[in-house]
Design a protein around this ligand. Structure first.
Ligand code: SF4
Ligand code: SF4
Length: 545
């Protein structure tokens, strides 16, 4: 096993470990988003679209700096997307150098990744971020976090069920009672289909994605055209063609002495396969060892790609794409779009969020779900809260702490409590108490902030719920637990959501009259007088009009 494969294996295992650790409570020594911070496109693209210097994304620039010296080493040794694609190449038994594409086809396809890159940067200049659509670390985190991880947990759960009789027989109590939390996410079929296609593209060429489509690879290709550590071929070369045939990136074309460095991922396959041991990598500055032909598109085409990206941003800004999604003036946010607590202002949120899905993977109640099209095409895959699936836990602030870009602020537990995501309200015609005159206290009992008040009204023989808006954080416990079937009778909407890019939520919340306090007595019982049909309405005993 060579050094590259070992490095790839270690990086993939570390990446998966960090992804697994992105859970409540956070325990990893390394930040769960370490790999996302290394992706140069996430760093540059997000900073351009959000017009902010984001310190946590600085490592992406270190990778770019190292590319100047080492070439595209990141693709060959680190990137989990590249490693996953290599694994799928092996699965589909695609051999290096397989020639399903003709030379001319390959030459024009090699320029595609630059168009993707400049399309994204062009849109970013106008504050629309398409980074999520092609940044490899965003894509691969989404694949493992939102598809593969839930599938593995599901399979484990079934396995534990099937083996329960044996576990009991063997006295393995920890297995008998183990109940892994099975996460479920919307949009998973689309994500699976996307990756299925990426993996199937290896039919045309190994590492198809990396060669032809990856915009991060394109950035590194631009900077790695004349690396300091270069491939050298000595005079022992007999022109046998083995290096050209085996190079997984087609970085050696026709002449074994020349290297297309923009494509070379420093995998050193050519070193290993050379029967004369004529190839090595060492520092060098001579230009004659660089291929006379590279595949950088013309300036005109690059500008055209950026202009198309900017055009897509203009369409997104003017709302043309959102006509079908109700995003009309006065109703900028769809009522179902409840962002996680600590999410910055919506426009900045969209330009910062790279849709990696780490917050969704880490959310212990599974309330964070990927958005489909309700926020327009540019909002796809960003996280929203779905309280009917789970409430936002009072004791959890994990989403902000795993977010690589600061789209969700990393807040203390107390600050997060004041980061109101919306306000709940009762739908009287569905409520058991209001509509059916039936005794029901569930929302009152489960609200962790005591934001529900029960009152007696003349028209009902049972107490009915009212929401106290200044005490409601929008956590969704009421919506989640409401026993009404097919949609709760009390729902959270993003109205009155407190979203700030900087500053204290507690101070701002107090200043606008919020009165949040986590109720230690979560399973409250209402006072008995409320249930006394002869009782004095909504006034406490001893009081009268
Ligand atoms: S080309 Fe892109 S996906 Fe492939 S290894 Fe490089 S960064 Fe990763
Ligand atoms: S908000 Fe969630 S999906 Fe978006 S960048 Fe942050 S962690 Fe990733």
């Amino acid at each position: 096993m060579n050094f590259r494969v070992i490095s790839q294996g270690i990086c993939l295992i570390f990446f998966l470990y960090l992804l697994f650790q992105a859970a409540f409570p956070l325990s990893s020594f390394f930040p769960a988003d370490t790999f996302l911070r290394l992706d140069p496109l996430i760093s540059l693209g997000t900073m351009i679209s959000s017009r902010a210097w984001i310190w946590s994304l600085f490592p992406g620039f270190i990778i770019l700096g190292l590319t100047l010296i080492l070439g595209r080493f990141f693709c060959g040794y680190v990137c989990p997307m590249g490693t996953t694609i290599d694994l799928s190449d092996r699965l589909f038994k695609i051999r290096s150098g397989s020639k399903r594409l003709k030379n001319e086809q390959r030459a024009s396809l090699l320029k595609l990744k630059f168009y993707v890159l400049f399309f994204i940067l062009g849109a970013g200049i106008l504050s629309i971020s398409w980074v999520f659509s092609a940044a490899p670390l965003s894509l691969i985190t989404r694949l493992y976090g939102l598809i593969i991880y839930p599938v593995l947990i599901f399979v484990t759960d079934i396995f534990l069920d099937l083996t329960m009789p044996f576990s009991m027989m063997l006295g393995l109590d920890f297995l008998t009672y183990a109940e892994p939390q099975v996460l479920r996410f919307a949009t998973q079929w689309f994500i699976a289909a996307f990756f299925g296609s990426v993996m199937l593209l290896v039919y045309f060429s190994p590492r198809f994605w990396c060669r032809y489509l990856c915009p991060s690879g394109a950035m590194m290709a631009l900077l790695g055209r004349k690396p300091l550590i270069r491939r050298h071929v000595s005079s022992e070369c007999t022109h046998c063609g083995m290096c050209e045939k085996k190079c997984p990136m087609n970085a050696i074309q026709n002449d074994p002495f020349q290297t297309v460095y923009q494509e070379c991922i420093v995998c050193q396959t050519c070193v290993r396969v050379c029967p004369e041991q004529a190839v090595n990598f060492k520092p060098g500055w001579k230009s004659d060892i660089i291929a006379d032909r590279d595949f950088i598109p013309s300036r005109r085409r690059v500008i055209a790609a950026a202009a198309v990206g900017a055009g897509s941003a203009i369409i997104a800004h003017t709302g043309i794409a959102a006509v079908k999604n109700d995003l009309v003036p006065g109703n900028i946010m769809p009522h179902s779009l409840i962002r996680p607590p600590g999410a910055v202002l919506e426009r900045d949120f969209q330009s910062r969020c790279v849709r990696c899905g780490l917050c969704m993977k880490a959310c212990p109640t599974n309330t964070l779900q990927p958005v489909w099209l309700e926020a327009g095409l540019d909002g796809i895959f960003s996280p929203k809260m779905l309280p009917r699936r789970g409430p936002c836990e009072v004791m959890c602030n994990v989403c902000g702490h795993v977010c690589p870009t600061g789209a969700i602020r990393a807040l203390s537990l107390e600050e997060k409590m004041w980061a109101r995501v919306g306000t709940s309200y009762v739908i009287p015609y569905k409520c058991l108490a209001w509509e059916w005159d039936r005794e029901c206290l569930v929302c009152y009992e489960v609200c962790p902030y005591a934001a529900i008040e029960l009152k007696r009204v003349d028209s009902r023989s049972v107490p009915v719920p009212y929401v106290l808006p200044n005490k409601c954080s929008g956590c969704g416990a009421c919506e989640y637990h409401c026993p009404v079937q097919a949609g709760s009778a009390i729902i959270v909407e993003p109205m009155e959501a407190l979203r700030m890019n900087t500053g204290s939520y507690i101070e701002t919340g107090r200043a606008i009259g919020m009165d949040l306090e986590a109720d230690p007595d979560r399973q409250r019982r209402p006072p008995d007088y409320l249930f006394d049909p002869q009782g004095p309405g909504d006034l406490p005993p001893g009081f009268s009009f």
